[in-house]
Ligand binder design. Structure first.
Ligand SMILES: [Zn+2]
Ligand SMILES: [Zn+2]
Length: 346
């Protein structure tokens, strides 16, 4: 089968690989129908993710059809259409019993990291019974690809950790796919203000269409001053950091109101300053989280009921044989206006 393989910093290739096999009784092998590329895959390609060794098949998102299952898999059978979670969970270890699947002792974020991932014709899914989800009959499978990672990430790490509440004020710093996912899911709670902050005029325009009440372009104004103006000088109750660089974390510290929450979502590769000399007396909360995907079943229902439309995030479509081109387009998002790219089986 064909697979997109990480070959070391800056290097990747489509290679011919053997079909994945059942190794443990809890495994399933899934034939991929649609997958996508994540910002995290670009981090790996930069050499930022030490756990991912050269030779690894990338990808941790997608939908597919179960090809075969191990003896212990009771929840799925060959032919079932499934959503693959970016987080694998055994369901029985101490962390899983606490609902912290991201820290599962034999799972967590392993797909496309420490085991071969979904940017291939077939993938082996460990702990299949507790890491796959049945796709309802007639569902828009392309939209559901957004539920593997970005929607639960934006929702759990941004909206839930950020304690977005009715009538509250929210700023999302970073209008990439995960920031947009936070924007879509924050609207479950009817905040009074939902401000999107970015440097890219095209993404900000999209954010407006997706429900942002205000947009702030840091290229055209001082974003901190503008957010303060929009909130009667107070700042926001929730500042969601959805980029992962020191300057955006700093922006969040400057725009959070007294009593507010900074919810970090971004993947930080270098240290960032924390200005406790300003914040010590402001009753703020700072949260961090790796997505647990505990909200995936709930999000599936909201998508089925058309309460949110994650397909809005899909900007480009490719076939598996064009995956190198898909990476080009995704990596040059500022020029190509890409948000999420779908890669479909040939
Ligand atoms: Zn991801
Ligand atoms: Zn576990």
């Amino acid at each position: 089968m064909k697979a997109l393989v990480y070959l070391g910093p800056g290097q990747k290739a489509v290679e011919e690989r053997p079909m994945p096999e059942i190794i443990n009784p809890g495994d399933a092998v899934v034939k991929m129908l649609k997958t996508t590329i994540c910002g995290t895959d670009l981090h790996i390609l930069k050499g930022d993710v030490a756990t991912c060794a050269p030779g690894r098949v990338l990808g941790h998102e997608g939908v597919g059809v179960v090809e075969k299952v191990g003896a212990a898999v009771t929840a799925f059978k060959p032919g079932d259409h499934v959503l693959i979670s970016c987080i694998s969970a055994c369901g029985i270890c101490e962390y899983c019993r606490r609902g912290m699947f991201s820290h599962c002792e034999t799972g967590g974020w392993i797909l496309g990291n420490t085991v071969d991932g979904t940017q291939a014709e077939y993938v082996r899914i460990p702990h299949a019974s507790t890491s796959l989800y049945h796709i309802p009959e007639g569902a828009d499978e392309e939209a559901l690809v957004m539920l593997s990672d970005i929607l639960p990430t934006g929702f759990e790490c941004g909206v839930l950790n950020g304690r977005v509440a009715p009538g509250s004020t929210v700023a999302i710093v970073g209008a990439g796919p995960v920031g947009m996912a936070a924007l879509l899911t924050a609207q479950f709670y009817s905040p009074a203000k939902l401000i999107m902050v970015d440097l890219d005029a095209n993404r900000l325009e999209l954010a407006k269409q997706f429900g942002a009440t205000d947009i702030v372009n840091g290229r055209e104004c001082d974003a901190i001053v503008r957010v303060k103006e929009l909130t009667d000088g107070k700042g926001v109750d929730t500042a969601i950091e959805a980029v992962g660089i020191p300057s955006t974390f700093l922006t969040c510290q400057r725009i959070v109101a007294a009593g507010g929450t900074i919810a970090n979502v971004g993947v930080h590769g270098v240290k960032a300053d924390l200005h406790l000399e300003d914040l010590w007396s402001h009753n703020i909360t700072i949260t961090t989280r790796l997505v647990d995907t505990v909200t995936t079943p709930m999000l599936l229902k909201t998508v089925q009921a058309e309460k949110i439309k994650p397909e809005l995030l899909i900007t480009h479509r490719f076939k598996m044989s064009q995956i190198m081109q898909a990476y080009e387009v995704f990596a040059k998002a500022a020029d190509t206006n890409a948000l999420k790219v779908i890669i479909e089986a040939d």
